[in-house]
Design a protein around this ligand. Structure first.
Ligand SMILES: [Zn+2]
Length: 74
């Protein structure tokens, strides 16, 4: 009976170790760091390319800055 409990605890220990390793891997977000950052052509702040408004080869942080910059240059 003592041997059975020992193996049961050993199996649980291995289970926890494997489970802990997998959840630690899932917790790490590699997406944020790899996303391209662009600079707003109006106020020069950096933001993710996915959130930026693109115009020709320039990017803007919001529609207001896009409008102000386009109006100023034309
Ligand atoms: Zn801006």
């Amino acid at each position: 009976m003592g041997k059975f409990i020992f193996y049961l605890l050993l199996a649980l220990l291995i289970y926890w170790l494997v489970k802990g390793r997998y959840s630690a891997k899932e917790a790490a977000p590699p997406k944020e760091a790899s996303e391209d950052m662009v600079r707003c052509a109006y106020c020069n702040i950096y933001l993710p390319k996915g959130e930026a408004i693109g115009h020709c080869d320039k990017f803007f942080c919001c529609r207001e800055h896009y409008r102000l910059r386009v109006n100023a240059s034309s």
